[in-house]
Write a protein that binds this ligand. Structure first.
Ligand SMILES: Nc1ncnc2c1ncn2[C@@H]1O[C@H](COP(=O)(O)OP(=O)(O)OP(=O)(O)O)[C@@H](O)[C@H]1O
Length: 520
């Protein structure tokens, strides 16, 4: 596959080196000199970007801020971060912010090539699933997973709105489900079999908004080679969903007001108006009244559109919905991935997912479950399947640290024949005298990992000590699964060099190109 790779680096020499490396593997390189320029590029670029190679230390907007900004915006393109020697703290932060892999400068073309092809494997699976997931067909209220009183109220209001043609404004952060609710309103209305047309006002260049909404005649302006039917006319008889309405330029707002008030649109360059019958549902993640106060949104249009406002709360404000959503997504993705048996979500994992605040809301949760279902080797998702989430939830951080483990004997006589892997950094795990008054670390561990997913036995069924090589193999497989096949991270966490890791994979018969396939 020829990938579109965005290289973000302030150093022109480094940019050129990376461009050469990217092109050497047959991919296309796009260049940006800092985070701001890269954001602008993503906003305006028409085609998809498959991988981003990101420097961390840059003026204007550094790599970490860029990474956080795109993740918050719901962009989940795999990001490979580059760092100088010794910048490991920042790298850890970047991994926590959702980076896919990291490379240390100066990076060899082979290393960057391997990292890009690993990132693409994941991206392709995601892209396929996204196509499967793109909900273009009819979505009804029954598809909206909800358990919290707040969300049930939203559904109740939306169902009432569906019975009339009243203009609705859906307010809420990105990814809370505004479009889903809009589609459900359309499905439950008497326009159910009519078009549902979506326009993302924030994603189209300002100079094109008017022609996209209202259409243009051939030759209406330079570059208008063909006549174009506007979205209002396309939606005639059905529903027009205007997403990010707060981003609409003021001059287009005037025309929109006329369309709403009089039910007429004027095609650019046509010089005459046309009647349309369109139900409007708008969505915004901005505070529209604030936009009115700031003079960026017309007050008359605000009152026209905002007849029936419905606010969809952020996921962190309705945490009761999280376990239900997680289970439904795990079931759905298991079916999409054609798994023999549907993957379930363990109680521990549900605890972790519920503890997290989900800045990207349901879209982020959906993506996290998707990745976990694709990458897991088992049939139950545990905390270890969400390392990046665990790293961001203070009380679960131990789950990540648990991968750096030492073996200590189990004191419990019931389990005397077994020894357990315990996190060296787990609170209280260091057995010095000063800690003797603290809770038994093994009890803490048992409480934290009741399913013993994270336990490696050091004696076999006959009660004999296992071979060191067997334990080592098991630990390497665990680490591969835990770090989702990210070799540099696995080697670093295991405290061995990458070449040693590769040698051991060979010794134990684990395919280095596809370690997850065999890792249990
Ligand atoms: N209650 C829900 N039950 C099941 N899936 C949901 C629910 N809410 C949202 N989703 C899913 O989450 C994803 C994001 O939802 P949607 O696109 O409707 O959000 P949005 O608020 O319109 O986001 P944006 O403002 O970024 O456009 C979609 O894949 C959608 O199917």
């Amino acid at each position: 596959m020829i990938a579109q790779v965005l290289v973000v680096d302030d150093d022109p020499i480094q940019r050129r080196l990376l461009k050469n490396a990217v092109e050497r593997y047959g991919h296309v390189a796009h260049l940006a000199e800092n985070g701001l320029a890269a954001l602008e590029f993503l906003r305006t670029n028409r085609g998809p970007i498959n991988v981003i190679v990101l420097d961390l230390m840059m003026p204007e907007m550094d790599g970490l801020s860029f990474l956080t900004a795109i993740r918050e915006a719901g962009v989940d393109t795999p990001v490979i971060v580059q760092t100088g020697q010794g910048g490991i703290e920042t790298v850890v932060e970047a991994m926590r912010a959702g980076a896919f892999d990291f490379v240390v400068k100066p990076v060899s073309p082979e290393r960057i090539g391997t990292s890009i092809s690993n990132a693409l494997k994941l991206d392709q699976k995601e892209a396929k699933a996204r196509i499967g997931r793109r909900r273009t067909g009819a979505i009804g209220f029954a598809d909206i997973v909800s358990a919290s009183p707040d969300m049930l109220r939203v559904i109740d209001l939306a169902q009432r709105a569906a019975h009339s043609n009243i203009p609705v404004v859906l307010e809420g952060e990105s990814g809370v489900g505004k479009e889903m609710v809009a589609r459900a309103i359309q499905s439950a209305s008497d326009r159910a079999n009519k078009p549902f047309i979506t326009v993302n006002c924030g994603a189209i260049p300002h100079n094109l908004v008017e022609s996209i909404l209202f259409g243009h005649e051939k030759g209406a302006f330079t570059g208008a080679a063909e006549k174009h039917t506007g979205k209002f006319v396309e939606a005639d008889g059905g529903t027009l969903f205007l997403d990010e309405i707060g981003d609409l330029p003021l001059e287009v707002q005037v025309k929109l007001l006329r369309a709403v008030q009089q039910g007429e649109v004027e095609t650019v360059g046509a010089g005459k108006v046309q009647k349309v019958n369109v139900r409007l549902i708008s969505a915004t993640n901005k505070d529209l009244i604030e936009e009115v106060r700031a003079g960026r949104f017309r007050e008359d249009l605000y009152y026209r559109l905002n007849v029936f406002p419905i606010t969809i709360p952020a996921l962190r404000r309705r945490k009761e919905d999280i376990p239900h959503l997680a289970r439904v997504f795990a079931e759905r993705f298991s079916q999409e991935q054609k798994l023999a048996k549907s993957v379930t979500v363990s109680a521990d994992a549900l605890g972790l997912l519920t503890a997290y605040d989900w800045p990207g809301n349901i879209r982020q949760l959906e993506n996290a479950i998707f990745r976990a279902v694709v990458l897991t080797q088992g049939d139950e998702l545990g905390e270890a399947d969400f390392p990046q989430i665990a790293a961001q939830v203070p009380e679960f951080r131990s789950a990540e640290l648990a991968a750096t483990a030492v073996i200590v004997p189990v004191a419990n006589p019931v389990q005397a024949k077994r020894e357990t892997v315990i996190d060296a950094n787990f609170p209280g795990a260091r057995a010095d005298a000063a800690q003797s008054a603290r809770p038994d670390p093994r009890a803490l561990l048992a409480a934290a990992y009741p399913s013993s997913d994270n336990v490696i036995a050091s004696t076999d069924d006959a009660g004999e000590v296992r071979k060191l090589a067997d334990v080592e193999e098991e630990l390497i497989r665990f680490a591969l699964k835990f770090y989702r096949g990210q070799m540099s991270q696995v080697a670093r966490k295991l405290g061995i060099g990458r070449s040693t890791l590769y040698r051991k994979l060979k010794d134990y018969g684990i395919d280095p190109d596809d370690p997850l396939r065999e890792a249990a």
